[in-house]
Ligand binder design. Structure first.
Ligand code: ADP
Ligand code: MG
Length: 298
């Protein structure tokens, strides 16, 4: 999936633990085959190559994922949008950009983006991208989905506790062998040596979005690598967003969404959702939390 997965299981011996971990890896690889945009043979690539041409019949599983992704687009007023993949990549975050693109270039870069042009037909189980050149991608939800599925599989096999860690996106269940809860340390990306919170993760997922190394500065404004699919402008003001949710899929998607929505709108939206919490680090190093999180601000 282009990202590293670390799998931890609590089991009675090494051999059974290895068997469980192998099963989880097989499951993650199966999902990758379904949702990868790189694999030309994947159902996702077929949807993309048929954009503006015809609907594509897909597995129920992929249909459901697209349907839930559209649901998150509605929930976030389009801040989250799997058709972000149709964007022209005019922004570079590797230091190679010397000037800001023009307003019209930026606007044009998102002309094909729009979740409302993803047409679903439940009876036929088809997905149709109605505009030529449109594309979808699961970069901000796929890792979480795969982690949820791997967790579900292991629970169904009787594994009582574990962690699926998808490059820092954590999904836990059960307790540690000594009976204590799994805990996650939250660090400030601007001061990595100093974890500012150690929080229990009881049967839920914790996902962080943010790559403080990938950004570009124009006129003293720091533009982050996550782009608002509605405007074409990169998100500003935030260096990392951590979301706690019952499912990794939702946590993954919401972390990216809050990045795009910004501190105020993002926290507002999170505060309206039951069982979902969020911690934001802004580009000044300040920490903002949703209502139910209590940490000592440093
Ligand atoms: P990470 O790479 O740390 O997992 P995110 O979880 O925030 O970062 O996901 C970023 C990825 O999500 C991008 O690389 C891209 O593939 C995809 N993406 C970016 N912006 C959006 C968006 N607004 N809506 C949906 N997906 C997005
Ligand atoms: Mg994400």
């Amino acid at each position: 999936m282009g990202s590293r997965f670390d799998i931890t299981v609590v089991a009675k011996d090494q051999i059974s633990a290895d068997t469980y971990i192998d099963a989880a890896i097989t499951e993650i690889q199966r999902i990758e085959k379904l949702i990868s945009s790189w694999d030309k043979e994947s159902q996702t690539s077929l949807i993309n190559s048929n954009a503006g041409i015809q609907p594509v019949k897909v597995d129920d599983e992929l249909f459901g994922l697209v349907q839930r992704a559209i649901g998150i687009s509605k929930l976030t007023d389009g801040a989250f949008d799997i058709s972000y993949a149709s964007m022209d990549r005019i922004w570079k975050f590797d230091g190679s950009m010397t000037q800001m693109p023009s307003a019209s270039e930026i606007k044009a870069s998102v002309a094909k983006v729009g979740y409302k042009n993803i047409i679903l037909n439940k009876e036929e189980s088809t997905v149709f991208l109605s505009q030529k050149g449109m594309k979808i991608g699961f970069g901000a939800i796929g890792k979480g989905y795969a982690a949820d599925k791997a967790k579900k599989l292991l629970i169904s096999k009787g594994v009582t506790a574990g962690i699926i860690n998808a490059s820092g996106d954590m999904n836990t269940w059960g307790k540690q062998p000594d009976g204590s809860d799994w805990k996650v340390a939250i660090t400030n990306p601007l001061n990595k040596n100093n974890a500012f919170a150690l929080l229990p993760v009881i049967d839920k997922a914790v996902v962080t979005s943010g790559n403080y190394e990938k950004y570009v500065i124009f006129d003293d404004k720091r533009y982050a690598h996550i782009i608002d699919p509605r405007t074409g402008y990169p998100a500003t003001g935030i260096v990392s967003v951590t979301v706690f949710a019952p499912k990794a899929e939702l946590a993954d998607a919401l972390a990216t969404s809050v990045f795009v929505m910004g501190i105020e709108v993002g926290l507002n939206r999170i505060n309206q959702l039951a069982s979902i919490e969020c911690i934001i680090v802004d580009d000044q190093g300040n920490i903002h939390t949703s209502n139910t999180i209590k940490i000592d601000n440093q």
